[in-house]
Design a protein around this ligand. Sequence first.
Ligand code: BES
Ligand code: ZN
Length: 660
Amino acid sequence: VNLDPYRLPRNALPQRYDLTLAPDLGSATFTGHVRVTLDVTEQTPLLVLNANELDIHEVLVNGEEAPFSSEIETERLVVTPSAPLPAGTAELDITFAGVLNDKLRGFYRSTYRDPDGVEHVIATTQMQPTDCRRAFPCWDEPDCKAVFGVTLEVDPGLTAVSNGPEMAREELDDGRVRLRFADTMPMSTYLVAVVVGPLESTPEVDVDGVPMRIVHVPGNAHLTDFGMDVAVFSLRWFQDYYGIPYPSDKVDLVALPDFAAGAMENLGCVTFRESLFLVDPATSTQQERQLVADVVAHELAHMWFGDLVTMRWWNGIWLNEAFATFMEIAACDAYRPDWQRWTTFGQERSVAFETDALASTRSVEYEVRSPADSEGMFDVLTYQKGGALLRMLEQYLGPEPFRRGVAHYLSLHAHSNTETGDLWDAIEAVTGQPVRQLMDSWIWQPGFPLVRASHEHDELVLRQERFRYLPDAAAPPTRWMVPVHVRMGSAAPVKVLLDGAEARLPLPDDAAPVLVNAEGVGFYRVAYDEDLRSRLDTTALSAMSSLERYCLVDDAWAAVVADRMEASQFLDLAAGFADETDLAVWQALASGLRGAGRLVQGEDHERLQRVVRHLVSPLVERLGWDAPDGEPDLTGKLRGLAIPLLAVLGQDRESQAPLS
Ligand code: BES
Ligand code: ZN
């Protein structure tokens, strides 16, 4: 038997689980029974599976009582049948009990108070990454996919949901109710969900044949409309994008008062932290509604990417989350084009740049042995850097070839498990581009490039080096395969793959503006020599997209922090943005100006204040102090940025005390 403490032996694999759970909300405990139908691949003297903090009462193998022992350290249960099990099918029955814990893991307790102050208990689950073993004994690894047939025995009057739709309901002698849910498709244990409690649900909405509901604490029905609207939109949008029908029978969206993460992609039974899902359309801000749209789209994107096709092991978490992040922005952008989600995503990418410019950053993917190793993967490098890398790849290949590659990957590996490289290979097969080599250079190396652009003898020379805040002369050079999009004058951008130290392009016109990182989708920063920089004048700025201007400002400020540019040069650049109206660009300007405010003193600080007033006063004038009816969402957000900027950094008297 395999003794790796982190991987179960493969001598017996679950095909299906018939699981019965009976939570008692009053005492916050539960009892359970699971029958696992096993495929024994070779004759074996014992069965090894996972269980954690469960009280195991009885174990039967093929109907005969079998001794067992619990291994606390490795969270395992070892069962020894009286005689070695022959290859073939076997049946394992386990009776157990546990506590509805307050750790927000496994089968746990959530509570709310009603308007009379009475506390109510909900029993709910959070399995990812490895807490399914706290709810019932199981083969708790992502590639041990099996069918789950769930039965719940609950007190009458409670709402109970699980992954599949409810199929049958009977009253038990003791007055409780037994609910049977439809079998799931074969799926990983980390996607199992069960929620039982005094909850309400919205009427079912039919989304092209898929019933959808929101389950919530009583009294919150009026906060569900926005979430439902996004969910209906995203579910349709994803079916269309992936070219594959929704892989399960129904969607329940469950808003829970106590939840560790933001939301969880349980197949057909998505759970949410209530505050990230329920919003009042009348009083919520754009930021709150965008977050709801993001979270809903993100989890529904996982129904295919993650749930239908799943990582083989936890090293694959980054791709799972990065891809859902990419799709979340894409769906949100389609849902509300006026929110310009791909432009504002620039800011999230900048947050990833911040971490990734540090000496202590990590590569996006790395070897994972224990499930705990993967916990460090749920961070800005996985979600934001990973999502931005996929966006860069998509824009390099073209959105439609990229989409076809993704659809190919999903249909090729449906109901199965994959490694990261399987996605690159599928996109490569569809596009004929060196996708694996390109992406490997980004995901296995920490950091990101600075692309320097210079004009040398009628040529544009592009050179790459690692972007660092602190130069490290001793560090060996890193090379990425950088898809660089260059726009010269008003021509369509050319795509160059910078895969060595430098690349050269003819530079025909010696006055035309040259924009490196055209479209602003590259995961790199750009530094121009003086000649090229001076070509990006006000006229050139007005021909650039918002995201391109965002990158120009953000890269310039990062250059100041990295001591490659004077703060005064940043102010010179900023001074050219007096006509700017875009929120994202203003966010970059504001963060640079605020940063500069912390660096400069005396006369320089006075100059900074003048620059801020010169820039921001006309903006505040244009926007006014009051929001007119029907104003675009982002305009209101821009006002909220502009006025404090003028008042605090610009020390503008009038905006400090508008009412006096
Ligand atoms: N699978 C994650 C939830 C998760 C995170 C489970 C960490 C276990 C450990 C889910 O798909 C997710 O990414 N949720 C995000 C919200 C999203 C919109 C970024 C979260 O919880 O922050
Ligand atoms: Zn996710």
